[in-house]
Design a protein around this ligand. Structure first.
Ligand code: NAP
Ligand code: ZN
Ligand code: ZN
Length: 348
């Protein structure tokens, strides 16, 4: 065991504060990583404050990790010391179930999440990327392509893959109209990725101050979702809507905007349930409401390579570790442009 500096919450109503955690000794298939950057996902906030009801404490959040390999176990061939690598929301899975063998570890019922999970190797709680170092099985370690800036790549490990995966699943491409609800961390990646895939992209925002940014990020049109006339103008027109909103709202307003056979996939996971949609709105257009969790490891590597090839990365605001509580408050005010990334050199 190695003692490592970290930041975490002692309870649901405690601010995040410094603490020391232990990382397991390097196993034969493990990779030890010195963490350089960690993105701040809204899921970190939901978890730290136990908004989903299954947090265990102390909790060390962070699942958008980029760092340098410091050591590898005897059986590791895919990574070597000095490599720039990433770790997302998963650090283990069973490897034998149907989803695992089909490279969709995100659906493995025995998966181990990067934090708030239980490490199979030790039986101890997993701790996330708000820390100086981590030890992860090589299968769950991603290569960061040379062309990607490490800090701007960090948010790809969750926000990137969580939006890339549904865009691929629903086969988005030229000729399709894609809506993105909420322009935060996930939303701004959905816009960049859907644009890079050739879709016509429409952003739905509650923040009129983000209209110009949305267009710069790649949106063809921007709708202020509180304006009824603007919403109505898009009725029956979307092939796919990716709904990233971190707060509950009425889904009916967006369901009506789907064309025949269109789908709205929920990726936002608010504390309280959404209302709607109306049953007849679904029936009359054979419309679907779906959900989608992160993505598999192979698909995450594919997404990183896609981003490097298309010049896509997250728009970030780099913060010091000690600024994390203020960053959470700004996130709750929809005031993120468009992902906070912690510079881990600021944690001593
Ligand atoms: P974020 O950066 O805080 O962005 C969320 C955005 O939602 C806000 O910027 C805001 O955009 C919009 N929003 C907030 N309140 C809203 C409301 N009442 N109605 C409509 N829109 C509202 O959060 P994030 O990191 O992107 O995460 C978004 C959600 O996805 C969180 O619930 C998170 O837990 C979840 N998540 C899910 C997965 C998955 O695997 N499915 C993975 C990661 C995260 P505007 O200002 O543009 O309105
Ligand atoms: Zn996340
Ligand atoms: Zn499995």
């Amino acid at each position: 065991m190695v003692a490592v500096s970290a930041y975490g919450a002692a309870s649901a109503d405690a601010p995040l504060a410094p603490l020391t955690i232990e990382r397991r000794a390097l196993g034969d298939t493990d990779v030890a990583i010195d963490i350089l950057y960690c993105g701040v996902c809204h899921s970190d906030l939901h978890s730290a404050r136990n908004e989903w009801g299954f947090a265990s404490y102390p909790i060390v959040p962070g699942h958008e990790i980029v760092g340098r390999v410091s050591a590898v176990g005897a059986k590791v061939t895919a990574h070597k010391p000095g490599d720039m690598v990433g770790v997302g929301c998963l650090v283990d899975s069973c490897r034998t179930c149907e989803p695992c063998t089909e490279h969709e570890e995100q659906f493995c019922t025995e998966q181990t999440q990067t934090y708030n999970g239980v490490e199979k190797q030790t039986g101890r709680p997993t701790n996330g990327g708000y820390s100086k170092a981590i030890v992860v099985d090589a299968h769950f370690v991603l290569r960061i392509p040379a062309g990607l800036d490490p800090a701007r790549a960090a948010p790809l490990l969750c926000a990137g893959i969580t939006t890339y995966s549904p865009l691929r699943h629903w086969k988005v491409g030229p000729g399709q109209k894609v809506g993105v609800v909420g322009l935060g961390g996930l939303g701004h990646m959905a816009v960049k990725l859907a644009h890079a895939m050739g879709a016509h992209v429409v952003v739905f925002t509650t923040s009129p101050g983000k209209i110009a940014d949305a267009k710069t990020l790649g949106a063809d049109e921007v709708v202020v979702s509180t304006e009824r006339a603007q919403m109505k103008a898009h009725a029956n027109s979307f092939h796919l809507i990716i709904n990233t909103a971190a707060a509950s709202h009425d889904l009916e307003a967006y369901t009506r905007l789907l064309r025949r056979n269109g789908t709205m996939t929920l990726v936002g996971a608010p504390e309280h349930p959404h209302t709607g949609p109306n049953t007849f709105t679904l029936i009359m257009g054979r419309r679907s409401i779906a959900g989608s969790p992160i993505g598999g490891i192979a698909e995450t590597q594919e997404m990183l390579d896609f981003c490097a090839a298309h010049g896509v990365a997250s728009d970030i605001e780099v913060i010091a570790m000690a600024d994390i509580n203020a960053a959470y408050e700004r996130m709750l005010k929809n005031d993120v442009r468009y992902r906070f990334v912690i510079d881990m050199s600021t944690l001593s």
